[in-house]
Write a protein that binds this ligand. Structure first.
Ligand code: HEM
Length: 157
């Protein structure tokens, strides 16, 4: 089961990235062309938030049940984990970075809640989601990252 969920967690990154870029482009347009929120704007933000929360739940499970999160800190001590870059990545940086990004996605989605949401809300959502995108790009274990690289797609090596 662990491996299946890890594959899902890995795949969800692409769904999140596609929805996130789409949402950022739409909010950018909405802010510049002073558009009110459309049903599609709200739907994309909502699907993005749901995808992020599913990935968060799987991630929490991996962090507590897997080899790269809590068990590292328990076995080696927090100080030693912090001194070892690959161990620090999953136990601390990936976890905190992604928690922050998912919080920003949730805040960004909330901007479209008022029925009157328009250009000002598009601008706020754009800002929150752009920061979330930057954090995600920085804290995904991309295959080219030394010591922590993981496959582009689940099951690929
Ligand atoms: C937007 C949110 C997230 C994205 C895009 C993301 C992406 C990824 C990717 C691509 C991997 C590598 C998968 C593989 O080896 O094929 C990974 C692994 C991992 N993620 Fe995330 N993640 C996110 C959120 C989180 C959160 C919030 C946590 C913890 C609370 C977490 C904990 C982990 C752990 C512990 C691993 C390593 C698991 C293992 O190899 O046993 N992730 N993540």
């Amino acid at each position: 089961m662990y491996n299946g969920l890890l594959h899902l967690h890995s795949l969800m990154r692409w769904i999140i990235l596609v929805l996130l870029v789409l949402a950022i482009v739409r909010h950018y347009k909405g802010m510049n062309q002073k558009l009110s929120y459309s049903a599609s704007d709200r739907k994309i933000d909502l699907f993005l938030m749901i995808s992020a929360h599913i990935t968060l739940i799987i991630g929490l499970y991996q962090w507590f049940a897997g080899e790269f999160g809590f068990s590292k800190i328990r076995d080696m001590g927090f100080g030693e984990v912090m001194k070892n870059a690959p161990f620090r990545f999953f136990a601390v940086e990936h976890m905190f970075g992604m928690l922050l990004a998912i919080t920003f996605i949730t805040i960004g989605r909330g901007k479209g809640k008022p029925a009157t949401a328009g250009a000002a809300e598009h601008k706020k959502a754009f800002g929150w989601l752009l920061v979330a995108l930057i954090i995600i790009l920085l804290t995904v274990p991309w295959p080219f990252r030394e010591g922590i690289g993981r496959p582009w797609f689940p099951g690929m090596h």
